[in-house]
Design a protein around this ligand. Structure first.
Ligand code: URA
Length: 453
């Protein structure tokens, strides 16, 4: 077999066989196939796509380049365990995972007594205008996101969940391939994205998975069509491996929730589970996501409507807050320090109140521009190596669809360097628009655009 023949076949739009794909990936990992050859094949895939057979083989090969989380003998004996994770394509202010883990676990313990839910949550860091779950978690002092597999499994067995970063042992081929895609203009290929995401998720040994595919001006996939295609690809690979899977296509046009910025977002999650007023889109997304995770775990015996009311009951009684706290403390996070920092934070940060210059209705809070501005004031990464200021952020008092009068505060920006103020003054008026006309109902309606089963 020769790499050149495999590349040529793909370039001509023909299907590569399982043996050819194996030859390619194994050869690349051993160094026999060169980066320039794999790059040429990646570009051919970019233009020609992959058949579902190719996609399924390629994903399996990448997955088996590393380990799969093994359920302990004890765990297997308990029976009725349901392992589930959620994958989001990332957005601005998307802090849902931090609430979902303790919420879903608490609901399942109270209402699904014959199922033991396990949530091995492997998340990523933010890059560019989007934030990452790991960075948010690390804003609680001491929290460790890099867990040894053994420690992760101890947590899964003892408390039913962990929140950690990717380890080198999980789908190592994906890391190498992703770096190559990054410099060869082949990131934005749906089959390559699907195989990259699924190779890591399959290594978690799941029974079910929920996908949150964002669409809109702040999303990786800006159009609904692309988001749908990605969701369908992810779901079909998950189902071909025997997992249950559901995809939510959700809007990412304005930042999600009342707050963006790592520390502020953890604060919002704590308040969410502790009885404080909840922003409606964040609440809707959390309820929809949690309900689908529970419905899947019940083997669809409870409906999404029933699961949502279970979640609301737990939220209103603040019953998931202890697990939220435990989620940090079990991985070294000092929640007392976090609570003290909350007290002091507003006194120590530079704060700028951005006010409405006219009366009307907020018609736009541009998610991407707000994400970029957060990076500008230190709250995000320009490169993988950048350090971040987890206290930088925005606290919104008004969201899209809200009425404002001249002089009303739209948001507070927290920043650390005096020179950031000029950036805020210059860029906020470009990202936030006020309209004199009332918005149509659909502009501020549901955040869930479509559910793909
Ligand atoms: N996230 C991944 O894990 N892989 C991709 O290719 C794109 C997004």
């Amino acid at each position: 077999m020769q790499a050149k023949e495999i590349i040529t076949k793909k370039r001509l739009g023909e299907e590569n066989s399982k043996d050819e794909l194996e030859f390619l990936l194994k050869g690349f990992l051993s160094g026999e196939i060169k980066e320039y050859q794999l790059s040429a094949w990646l570009m051919a895939v970019f233009f020609q796509g992959m058949t579902s057979r190719e996609l399924s083989y390629w994903t399996e090969l990448m997955w088996h380049s590393g380990i799969t989380l093994e359920r302990s003998e004890e765990a297997s004996r308990i029976g009725n365990q349901y392992w589930i994770d959620k994958h989001s394509t990332g957005g601005v202010g998307d802090k849902t995972s931090l609430v979902l883990v303790p919420l879903v676990k608490t609901v399942s313990e109270k209402y699904l007594k014959n199922i033991s839910m396990r949530i091995p949550m492997i998340s990523g860091r933010g890059l560019g205008h989007t934030g990452g779950t790991l960075d948010k978690l690390e804003s609680v002092s001491g929290f460790k996101t890099q867990l040894e597999i053994q420690k992760a499994m101890e947590l899964i067995n003892s408390q039913g969940f962990f929140m950690a970063g990717q380890t080198d042992a999980i789908a190592p081929a994906d890391r190498l391939l992703y770096s190559l895609r990054d410099v060869t203009g082949t990131i934005e290929s749906i089959p390559l994205i699907v195989s990259s995401i699924m190779s890591k998720k399959l290594a978690e040994n799941l029974n079910g998975i929920l996908f949150d595919i964002k669409t809109g001006i702040g999303a990786f996939m800006t159009s609904s069509e692309q988001a749908r295609e990605l969701a369908q690809g992810l779901i079909s690979v998950a189902k071909s491996q025997g997992l249950d899977a559901v995809g939510l296509i959700t809007k990412m046009d304005e930042p999600l929730g009342w707050k963006t910025g790592h520390f502020l977002e953890v604060e919002e999650c704590a308040d969410f589970l502790n009885g404080q007023p909840r922003e409606k889109h964040l609440e809707e997304l959390i309820l929809e996501s949690a309900a689908w995770m529970l419905t899947m775990a019940s083997k669809r015996k409870i409906s999404v409507v029933e699961a949502k009311s279970m979640c609301l009951d737990i939220i209103e009684k603040r019953e998931a807050y202890p697990l939220f706290r435990m989620m940090f403390e079990s991985q070294g996070g000092d929640f007392n320090v976090f609570e003290n920092e909350r007290e002091l934070f507003r006194k120590h940060s530079f704060c700028f109140e951005y006010k409405a210059e006219q009366s009307g209705v907020i018609s736009l809070i541009h998610a991407r521009q707000m994400g970029v501005l957060l990076v500008e004031i230190g709250g995000g990464r320009l490169t993988k190596e950048s350090t971040i200021d987890n206290k930088a952020g925005f606290e919104f008092y008004k969201k899209v669809g809200h009425s404002v009068h001249t002089g009303d505060t739209i948001l507070r920006a927290y920043y650390r360097k005096a020179e950031d103020l000029e950036k805020l003054k210059k860029l906020l008026p470009l990202a936030i628009k006020i309209s004199e006309e009332k918005m149509s109902q659909s502009d501020s309606a549901s955040i869930v655009e479509e559910i793909i089963l």
